[in-house]
Design a protein around this ligand. Structure first.
Ligand code: SF4
Length: 212
């Protein structure tokens, strides 16, 4: 390992300690591949698994691995097309055993910061699925809540809006313009400072740059 990887590991160990104080579990992996393999081991056969929109978990091949695993019951949100189907899907999603997502930012003291347009992703983070696995590259780590908010609004949100072809001011400015437009993905800004249920949320930190 190089010095950068070493420093990621040292930093991650401190964040994991802070997560424990907040009733959350944590783990660190040097690579996304190692992390994916561990997650596939931790999810028991027969479990229902669903996920929120995430470049991180898509790019690391986790979604495909879950969908192709005959021992897991994958609940794919993309199968719901109409508003009524989406509503029905959401009701099923909240009862799943496992919910996979990334986070838009994580602070050094273990707080998660997430934005959401429709709200289903942060809703499942807050309550519903029995287990929530949050998977994030170390590029999502910020020093404190203020820096995390800035990251979310000035970096993550504009990039995600561009990915989704949304017509929001940040896609022109490259930073948040505090919009109130119909395609805004910052309708909800959620800070997870503690898990009400011990160990319900587990954060998997990865020593790579993943998502945005
Ligand atoms: S509030 Fe609007 S302008 Fe700001 S990041 Fe979110 S979508 Fe973009």
């Amino acid at each position: 390992m190089g010095y950068k990887e070493d420093s990621y590991k040292i930093l991650a160990e401190q964040i994991i300690q802070k997560l424990k104080e907040r009733n959350m579990d944590g783990a660190y992996f040097a690579t996304a591949e190692q992390c994916k393999n561990e997650i596939l081991q931790e999810i028991p056969q027969g479990a229902s698994v669903t996920w929120g929109g995430s470049v991180t978990i898509t790019d690391m091949g986790l979604i495909d691995a879950v969908k192709s695993n005959p021992g897991m019951i994958a609940k794919d949100r993309m199968t719901a097309k109409t508003p009524e189907e989406k509503r029905t899907f959401y009701s099923q999603q909240t009862l799943c055993d496992y919910f996979l997502m990334s986070t838009n930012a994580i602070t050094l003291d273990g707080q998660l910061v997430n934005i959401d347009g429709a709200g289903g992703r942060v809703a499942c983070l807050i309550t519903g699925p029995s287990h929530v696995f949050v998977i994030a590259g170390m590029n999502k780590v910020e020093s404190d809540l203020d820096a995390a908010m800035k990251r979310v609004r000035n970096f993550a949100a504009p990039a995600n809006n561009l990915r989704l072809s949304h017509n929001t001011p940040c896609t022109k400015a490259g930073r948040c313009c505090d919009c109130l437009t119909s395609e805004c993905i910052c309708n909800q800004i959620v800070v997870t400072r503690r898990s009400g249920i011990a160990g319900r949320i587990k954060v998997f930190l990865i020593g790579e740059t993943l998502g945005y």
